[in-house]
Design a protein around this ligand. Structure first.
Ligand SMILES: Cc1cc2nc3c(=O)[nH]c(=O)nc-3n(C[C@H](O)[C@H](O)[C@H](O)COP(=O)(O)OP(=O)(O)OC[C@H]3O[C@@H](n4cnc5c(N)ncnc54)[C@H](O)[C@@H]3O)c2cc1C
Ligand SMILES: NC(=O)c1ccc[n+]([C@@H]2O[C@H](COP(=O)([O-])OP(=O)(O)OC[C@H]3O[C@@H](n4cnc5c(N)ncnc54)[C@H](O)[C@@H]3O)[C@@H](O)[C@H]2O)c1
Length: 488
């Protein structure tokens, strides 16, 4: 689309392409406490994937099942709930409350309150420090200091004959579901697939199959974590088919029913192992790709279709002049909201410092935590909380490591729930005697994670951790068990 003759540029200090969590943080930090100006360009909803399609709705769908499971395993409460499942209508209503029914008014108000302008429309780079926003009347935005690309990622749909034509659900349909398919299959065995399987069973899908290309779930975590999730899913009647790929999909009756509604008649799948399957809905959870299409990146000489690589100041590699930055999923560094926001904070601080001619010599100007210090919680049953390197990653990085691994069986866990089971592992670098990775798989272990993150990031020696005494009776006492497991 061309810009009308005589159209004026609007000038801001910082132009951010994409109003998700990473872009919002970059904009806010770049102008905080100054008279600099920033604009967020957003072609869908300010708040991004996380607020409306990913983290918020998925966690809102998962929490009621966790609460019910806890009640089912607590004498004095169990009998009251034994015969009941979750109330689907109420769960979906709470999910919709968490996503503000996909109305971004509150997020736009937050942005304006923080001094950030919002421009609606599809933005793309058209020159150095220039973004054009397409629309009936294209707008040309010029940046005095920086353009930040924060366009996120989109779901990948594998190139399988018939798959796209069948209009399978992606994670957007699964998180925003309005109908619960009675029979469903999920392609994938990663985080999205495992979380979706967990809430679909809870909401009433009777017949659920996971088609996993590899040989375990959650392949990027310690093997015991994926095995524990697989065991629970099987106990809940989910069929796990490992080492399976889909050869062909057919759906004779396809319908455009909208997000989260069943997209037509039955779907038939032919599998490469000779098997076949018929379901009411097929869900694809096969990873995500950085959203770089249509961004005008050719104007900066970038012609790749992968992630937009950056240095640790979040400056895009290969572009001179320190004006182009990228944060969040689009960088391929880590596809997690909290890490995108962290990169946004680093990026905003770097932009502010450069604008004011300050040196980038403080640690906060580098996104170092992306390298081997990333925390993540998978909200399955059991939960999986992990930070840093797995033992296999550490060894691949050339570290000589020792693994401390114990069951989570302390007074706090026994009190929490009658059926509490869990396992914990620390990966310890022998050279420095510090923790370089930690994994907890168990009921409600999410809140154990931050202590581990601090131990990893601060490189706390194990002999110092010995003096970090966990309170009794808490699940945190598992730290003591881990340290005791190698007491000499
Ligand atoms: C089902 C699911 C559950 C998840 N759960 C979690 C979780 O529990 N915890 C966690 O940490 N992470 C979770 N994630 C990952 C998390 O959603 C992402 O890491 C996060 O949203 C990335 O933030 P972002 O700002 O980089 O991108 P996004 O949130 O994708 O935001 C990018 C924004 O840019 C806009 N945009 C794109 N291109 C343009 C353009 N050219 N012009 C204008 N606007 C544009 C988009 O509309 C979007 O609003 C989950 C992901 C999925 C799929
Ligand atoms: N709780 C959380 O923190 C949370 C929740 C959901 C998503 N996320 C993030 O979102 C991102 C995307 O998650 P995801 O689960 O979609 O991706 P993923 O990369 O974790 O898993 C993708 C899965 O799809 C399979 N797969 C890939 N291509 C395939 C193909 N052609 N055919 C069959 N199977 C194929 C892979 O083997 C893998 O099992 C991740 O980085 C994840 O960390 C985080």
């Amino acid at each position: 689309m061309s810009i009308g003759a005589g159209s004026e540029s609007e000038v801001f200090d910082v132009v951010v392409l994409g109003g998700g969590p990473a872009g919002e943080n970059a904009a806010a930090y770049a102008i905080a406490g100054s008279d600099r100006t920033a604009v967020l360009v957003e072609h869908e909803l300010v708040g991004g994937e996380c607020s409306y399609w990913a983290c918020m709705p998925s966690k809102a769908l998962l929490r009621p099942g966790q609460v019910l499971a806890a009640a089912r395993h607590m004498p004095g409460v169990a009998a009251k709930v034994a015969a009941h499942g979750v109330g689907v209508t109420d769960v979906l209503a709470r999910r919709d409350a968490f996503t503000d029914n996909r109305d971004d008014t509150a997020q736009v108000e937050w942005a304006r309150g923080a001094g950030i302008a919002v421009v609606r429309g599809h933005g793309r780079l058209t020159a150095r420090c220039e973004v054009t926003v397409d629309g009936p009347q294209p707008r040309r935005l010029r940046a005095r200091h920086a353009v930040v690309v924060a366009t996120g990622s989109t779901a990948t749909v594998p190139d399988v004959p018939g798959l796209r034509a069948a209009r399978p659900w992606t994670s957007r349909d699964a998180t925003n579901l309005h109908q619960v398919p009675r029979r469903a299959a999920i392609v994938g065995g990663g985080v999205v697939a495992c979380e979706i399987a967990t809430w679909l069973r809870e909401l009433g899908t009777e017949d659920l199959t996971m088609l996993v290309r590899g040989h375990r779930l959650l392949a990027r975590t310690e093997p015991f974590a994926g095995a524990a999730v697989a065991e629970t899913l099987r106990e809940h009647g989910v069929r796990l088919r490992f080492g399976t790929t889909t050869a062909e999909v057919s759906r004779p009756d396809v319908a455009d029913t909208g997000i989260g509604r069943i997209h037509g008649g039955p779907v038939r799948l032919r599998l490469d192992d000779g098997g076949s399957l018929e379901v009411d809905e097929l869900i694809v959870a096969a990873g995500r790709r950085p959203a770089t299409t249509g961004l005008g990146l050719d104007t900066v000489g970038w012609d790749g279709d992968g992630p937009l690589r950056t240095d640790d100041h979040m400056t895009v590699a290969g572009v001179d002049g320190h004006w182009l930055y990228a944060v969040g999923d689009v960088t391929g560094r880590t596809a997690l909201t909290h890490m995108g926001k962290y990169q946004g904070r680093v990026c905003g601080d770097v932009i502010a410092a450069r604008a004011e001619g300050r040196a980038l010599d403080a640690p906060r100007f580098r996104a170092r935590a992306d390298h081997g210090q990333v925390p993540q919680v998978v909200f399955t049953a059991p939960e999986v909380a992990a930070v840093g390197r797995t033992a296999a990653d550490a060894r691949a990085d050339g570290l000589d490591v020792e693994v401390l691994e114990v069951d989570i069986a302390v007074a706090g866990s026994a009190l929490a729930r009658d059926d509490f089971t869990g396992r914990a592992a620390l990966v310890v670098d022998r050279a420095t005697d510090t923790v370089v990775g930690a994994t907890f798989a168990g009921t409600d272990v999410a809140e154990l994670l931050h202590a581990a993150t601090i131990a990893v990031v601060a490189a706390v020696p194990l002999e110092t951790l010995w003096h970090a005494v966990p309170a009794y009776p808490t699940v945190g006492e598992v730290w003591l068990r881990l340290l005791e497991s190698r007491r000499r």
